[in-house]
Design a protein around this ligand. Sequence first.
Ligand SMILES: [Zn+2]
Length: 478
Amino acid sequence: MDYEPVIGLEVHVQLKTSSKMFCGCTTEFGGSPNSHTCPVCLGFPGVLPVLNKKALLLAVRAALAVGCRISGEVKFHRKNYFYPDLPKDYQISQYDEPLSENGKIEIMSGGTAKTIRVKRVHMEEDAGKLIHEEGENSSLVDFNRSGMPLLEIVSEPDINSPDEAYQYLTNLKLLLKYLDVSDCDMEKGSLRCDANISLRPKGDKGLGTKAEVKNMNSFKGVKAALEFEIGRQSGLLDSGERIVQETRLWDPEKNITISMRSKEEAHDYRYFPEPDLVPFALDGNVAKAQKASLPELPKARKERFMNLLGLPDYDAEVLTQEKENADYFEECLKNYDKPKTVSNWMMGDISAYLNSRAMSITAIKMKPASLAGLLKEIDSGKISGKMAKEIIPEMCDTGKEASVIISEKGLSQISDVSELEKFADEAIAENSKTVEDFMKGKDSALMFLVGQVMKKTRGKANPAMVNEVLRKRLAGKK
Ligand SMILES: [Zn+2]
């Protein structure tokens, strides 16, 4: 039978604060185990949590950027469960009144725009981390992560393919990075994603029994896990079996999901209002101020690059896919006002340099103003585009200005007419047959002569000027 996947994603991102959600401990990554802890995040009896204001502001900011309505009240709940990495036996989270609801994220699906609704965006604290060393029959626990501020972004089950899930995650991450609310570094665990997936016969409106998949550590992993689940669930349904509501773990080595436990229902957690954090009204001005300070978001920036700077759709899309690249591009334009030229060099030679070294643009030593300087050297005819290609890697490596490398390497192009005339005359004298062909109207013969002059100057002549000089000299012979 033909099935349609119904997918909802829960994304956890760590908010970019310097201290934890309810205590003053540092949020710095790493540190020796259990060194970034205090009685509050270790869950000692009698300690009192205090909400981190910055975490609240960043959460409001992110919620606004995905178009959510901000709640007028901030209210926390205890989510009760036992786990060795949770010393309090409960996690402070939000339940019936999340910080915000009803947002949306736009994706492209099969060439058309599609809206994925965001059900809610709420705040919660992270748990510690269990370390299971191979070959040991005991486990270790590190509470450095305990109490880190998290934002949970829950989508409605509007996603219908692994590809759409991948797009949603990519767009969400891009947005969060533009907002500077999180590092979104999956390797460091500052962005995590769980997926709920069920299948239904195509055309049906009802929902099938879902499985929750955890433990994906990359967007590609999410896509692969969903693809695996579609295969597994459709196999079960085809053979008339029942899907069990459960939590499954993705095994990236074997490319399969494994049953972990039956899925809890909300009532299993015995949520109740956190008595140590009284609900408080959120001043409408807080949201207003955050809204006013939102930066230009990726979609708007792309549109501006197209409409005001005249970039083609493709260039605008590529340049805005990383905030840093778009920033670099605009910085360069401050000193060099030809957007398409800058875009070409960034998507060409600079991108090739970055890819070959797996670097991001922020790591290269060539400043945007230096790239502008290089492009001006090409425009003035001092160097050729080919020479610029040779210079770029050195500029990226060393941060030297183009003009310095040009003079160090003696690279400058010969643009002096009288010097070029000398070489042109030599080429004409040495190639009488070609000259004759040209005189008879064979225009392509000129290209051969241009090549000869370029050879004589060891590539240093300005080809456009050589062309012009040769034409003038030959016209004189007619
Ligand atoms: Zn602490």
